[in-house]
Design a protein around this ligand. Sequence first.
Ligand code: UGA
Length: 441
Amino acid sequence: MFVRRIAVIGSGYVGLTTGACLASLGHRVVCADVDASKVAQLAAGKVPILEPGLPELVVEGLAAGRLQFVVGAATAVGQGPDAAEVVFLCVPTPMGAGGAADLSAVETVAAEVRSLLPAGCVVVNKSTVPVGTAARTAQLLDRPDVAVVSNPEFLREGSAVEDFLNPDRIVVGCDAQDAAERVAALYARLGAPAVLTDAASAELVKYAANCFLAMKLSYVNAVAELCERVGADVLDVTEGIGYDRRIGQSFLQPGPGWGGSCLPKDTHALLQVCSAADFDFSLLRASMDTNTRQQHRMVDKIREAVGGSLAGQRVGLLGLTFKAGTDDLRDSPALTVAALLATEGADLIGYDPEVPAAVPGMTDDLQVSDDPLKVASGAAALVVLTEWPEFRLLDWGRLAELVERRIVIDTRNLLDADVLRRVGFEVRGVGRRPSQVLTSS
Ligand code: UGA
């Protein structure tokens, strides 16, 4: 394998994982960020995000001299014989006005590095960007001797390193085949199938994948609602359909709606791409509406459980992050449900193993406690919103003594209803058969 000199611009989830993993594959990587304190932390081997395996890779890369952290894109690109041969753009592309991706960070970096890039260098876009961004980046760079490649990333928060090092596929898009092949070769040691295509197709792969996952989840959440109405059990139904290899067992867990920093943003952004292309992707829109409906349905369940009105009712929330295994609160369905409950006057207190204290601007609708017992104290209902495995192991006997009413709404179908029933709790899941969840005897 050729060892390449690589610059990674942006040291967030994707950039940091990309940099640390490429260094572990033997490449020489310089990661840049605009935040000097973050860079100092990383250079000292301290990783500011919860991501299994990442701290170890960062420390290993630093010690081996294959990984460096610097402030600013220009420094990372470097000069002379040490200049980067491949420059990864891993900057944020948040939801901008009207739901379209905001590309200002990509534009800023392009302007900053355009005159510094050595001839023959490849600029790789790993950020999730609308179709046509590679072409637009090439225009902004205005460097015919530099190829722009789209190489979307499919890693999940909480398993980012594992996903990077064991990918289902590598997707590389460029209108110049040799540049695409050079980027694909960076990953040669991973042995994953490589899809080499044009830039627009690679850009669309990323949106099409995330939106498919969102649709799959909305489908499952809709099936869960149907299960409740007809007296079926969604766990049996999803197991039954999941054995079909064309469907697969993964991504079939119903929940309080899907969230996080990617699926909500990318579904909105693809709708914008569709509208610009004069295409009504009604299937995608329906999936987004189903997601909103699912969040409201959770609130309906909670309201019903506390007797018809949430006003003044103490509700204890277990889990605040958008899924287990992360400390990320961005677009968390738990917080959306909390906001809806707060609108109806509920008095909210929440616990999350990775959110020890209030996060201003995120958790303003509730009081955050570091103790699940405090969350249970006086609660008219407890609501599981994130599938943290440790919630199964809480001292439910003790919680039963503390709550005002022994009822749990388990939006993740996480808990063992039999265990809870033994200490007097009624457990209501999502899409579960009523006979399994409604009685406390
Ligand atoms: C998602 C994609 O899964 C990654 O492939 C992609 O690379 C990433 O976005 C990205 O674009 O960067 P992530 O946002 O980390 O990854 O989260 P997911 O694991 O996809 O979960 C998204 C939401 O779906 C969460 O709220 C989760 O709780 C929910 N979910 C997931 C379910 O409700 N049920 C499931 O069975 C799976």
